[in-house]
Ligand binder design. Structure first.
Ligand code: ADP
Length: 323
């Protein structure tokens, strides 16, 4: 569709994470080969840089023995802030327990000198952000396929009492077969039991749920923050930008508090009612009224209309020809 986009200058960058003193220098590279210490050493040949995040840098890593390709996520192990390291340990502990076809597989982690290496499943095709940027918006059959896979992964997490808390297009990766792989468990939390509530402020402005914003903190927030984020992701894939996109963080928050979003549609882009209903159910201001993941996967949105079965990597850049 012909979405009106803010100019480059005015466009906010809400997906950027705050810089922190322990992040790895932009020019830093690991040695050409990295050998895991221990009784079953594995040597990885380090390849090109895949990207950098808040405090990690990712590189390609191929095992010397089998030439298998992995993503090596590197973090400075001797970080000054103890809190940061604790956070990273929690991330690894949670991530290591997650085994699902739509969650980035965590293989192993080891430390050499001042750096910790995490060996992850390789996601060749980047993230949903890359795809939506290149395509401006996605087709309904693609969105249905991606949403089913995202919901499958999140349902699995919630069943195991894990909430991701930072679901956004930039943390949803695509493998070589254009299957969804949810990654970056940096803000994830394990709920001790269903009653447990987390009250820390976390997430990214465009995807943040209203109950996280409310300062009272009395109710805290739980797994329903992920359901909110799923609604945002679905809208963003269909329309090309998140529903509350604005110039400033404050404007985003004020719009979301009022559920101030609309389905701007032109003649080329028809959004069916069941897709709008799905998004509206997720974007409920009252967290407890949002559907559980078990209910969400049963929505009509997934039952009517075409679901893309096989997708090639060409669709990262252009609409599939069969659509
Ligand atoms: P951080 O936890 O610091 O935010 P991320 O997990 O987001 O770091 O990773 C930083 C970047 O590395 C990502 O934006 C992406 O470009 C790349 N990346 C991360 N994980 C993978 C992966 N499994 N496969 C391919 N690229 C990845």
């Amino acid at each position: 569709p012909t979405m009106q986009k803010p100019t480059e200058k005015a466009r906010p960058k809400p997906e950027e994470k705050p810089t922190n003193p322990d992040r790895i220098d932009d020019k830093w590279r690991p040695p050409i080969t990295v050998t895991e210490p221990g009784p079953t050493p594995q040597t990885y040949v380090v390849g090109k840089k895949l990207g950098k995040g808040g405090f990690a840098v990712c590189f390609e890593g191929r095992t010397q023995s089998t030439s298998e390709l992995f993503a090596l996520k590197v973090v400075r192990a001797k970080v000054e802030q103890k809190k940061m390291m604790e956070k990273f340990r929690t991330e690894m502990q949670i991530h290591a327990k997650m085994q699902h076809p739509n969650i980035v597989e965590f293989y192993r982690a080891f430390s050499i000198d001042a750096y910790t290496y995490v060996v992850l499943e390789m996601c060749d095709n980047g993230s949903l952000t890359d795809m939506v940027k290149a395509r401006s918006c996605l087709s309904l059959p693609e969105v249905r396929r991606f949403m089913i896979q995202i919901c499958g992964g999140v349902k699995y997490m919630h069943k195991r009492n894990v909430i991701h808390r930072d679901l956004k297009m930039g943390n949803v990766f695509l493998d070589a077969n254009m299957n969804i792989k949810i990654g970056d468990f940096g803000l994830a939390a394990v709920l001790a039991d269903d009653q447990d509530r987390r009250t820390t402020l976390c997430g990214t402005p465009n995807y943040i749920a209203p109950e996280i914003l409310s300062k009272s903190g009395a109710r805290g927030h739980d797994s329903k923050v992920d359901v909110w984020a799923i609604g945002i992701i679905c809208y963003a894939m269909l329309m090309g930008t998140p529903p509350f996109q604005s110039r400033t963080q404050q404007e985003i928050y004020s719009k979301l508090r009022n559920l101030d979003y609309e389905w701007k549609v032109d003649s080329k882009n028809h959004i069916p009612q069941d897709a709008k209903d799905f998004v509206a159910a997720c974007l409920n201001l009252v967290a407890t009224d949002r559907p559980e993941m078990d209910d969400l996967v049963e929505y009509d949105f997934f039952k009517t209309g075409v679901i893309a079965d096989v997708l090639g990597r060409e669709c990262m850049r252009a609409k599939p020809t069969w659509l």
